[in-house]
Ligand binder design. Sequence first.
Ligand code: ATP
Ligand code: MG
Length: 370
Amino acid sequence: MTAPAPGTTVLTVEDLKVHLPTEAGTLKAVDGVGFTLKAGSTLGLVGESGSGKSLTSKTLLRLNPEDFDEAGRITLHATDDHDELEILSLDPKGPLVRTVRGRRIAMIFQEPMTAFSPLYTIGNQIIEAILLHTTSDRHEARQICLAMMAKVGIADADRRIDQYPHEFSGGMLQRALIAMALSCSPEILIADEPTTALDVTIQAQVLELISQLQEELGMAVLFITHDLAVVAEVCDEVAVMYLGKVVEQAPVREIFKNPRHPYTRGLLRSIPRLGMGRRERLYAIEGTVPQAIDLPPMCGFYDRCAHRIDGVCNTATPQLLPVAPQHQVRCFLEDPDIASGSKPAEPVPEPATSPTAHRAPTAAEPKEQR
Ligand SMILES: Nc1ncnc2c1ncn2[C@@H]1O[C@H](COP(=O)(O)OP(=O)(O)OP(=O)(O)O)[C@@H](O)[C@H]1O
Ligand SMILES: [Mg+2]
C-alpha cells in the first residue's frame, strides 16, 4: 500500500454524539465532537477522566454496546486501495467493519497485559492478526511478524516470537502490541493512553517508537492522554475535551503558548515545572466534572470557572468559535460580542443581568501564561 501524502485528510468526524441510557437519565458522554485526522500527523485528545476520550475513539471502530445512541458523521476517506466509508452507517457486526478494524484503523490500549491472551504465544497472536488482514500464507505471515517485532525493537525476535505474554516485560509487551497494531499498515493508529502503565524511561522509548513508525508509514495518529508533557512531545494538534465536548483545539505550540479556555489554562497550570519550590503547591482545578445527565443549556465548566459571567455562561451553551487561524475555543469570554457586553448569549429567557461579580477579561489584560 502506498501511504497517502502527508497532510492528506484520512478521517473526518463531524458533530459526533454518543448518548448512553443510564438509570438516572441519558448520559451525553460525547456531545458534538468534531475533528480531522491527517496522514503523518498526530492529534492529541486530552481532558480529565470521564470527558469522553475513549468513547470517542471506540466509536470510530464501532465498539460500543448496541444500546448506545450514536449520531453524527465519521467519514473514513478513500485511498488507492479502499473506498470511502461512512463508519456510522456500517453494520457493527458486518464484514465492512472488519476491514476497518485492525486493517485501516488500529488501536493500542493502555494495558498491554489485557490485550494479549495468556494462552497463546505472542507470535501466534500477531500472526493471526496478519492472517486476518494481509495474507493467507502462514509462512509469509510469520516473516512479516518477525520483521515487525524487529522494527519495534524486540531483540532476538526469532526466539521471542514463540514466547508467551508472561515472559515479556511491560515495555516489551507494549512493543509487541504496537507490532501487532502496525503489522497491517493501518492508515490510522489510535493510541489510548499507551504509556500510562509503563515506567518513564520505557515511556520515552515507546513514544519515540510511535513517532518513528508514524514517519515511516505515514499514518495519522489519534493520541489519547491526560498527560500534557506527553502531548508536547508527540502531538501536532491538540483537542481539549471537557464533559463530552471539545472546548479548545489548536496546533500544539499555540495551545501551550496561548491557551484561551479557562479549563485548558487550568490544565497547563497543573503541570509541575522545573525550578518549582518544594513547598510550592501544584495548582488543581477546583470542583469535579459534573455528570452530563440532564444538563440545562449552559457552559459545562461554569461551576468550576473563575472567570464565569453569571447570566451569560449559565444561560446558553457556548459554541466552538475561531479565535485565530486553526485555533477554536468554546467559551463566551472569547466571543467578542459577549465579552464587550454588546450581545447576550442565545437563547436568553430573561434580559441578561450585567456581569459584575465575574467580569470577562478585556483584550488589554495579559492572558495567563504557563
Ligand atoms: N460501557 C459504558 N457503560 C456505561 N458508561 C460508560 C461506558 N463507557 C463510558 N461510559 C461513561 O461515559 C463517560 C465517558 O467515558 P470515557 O471512557 O470516554 O472517558 P475518558 O475521557 O476516556 O476517561 P479516562 O481518562 O478515565 O479514560 C464516562 O462518564 C463513563 O462513565
Ligand atoms: Mg479513557
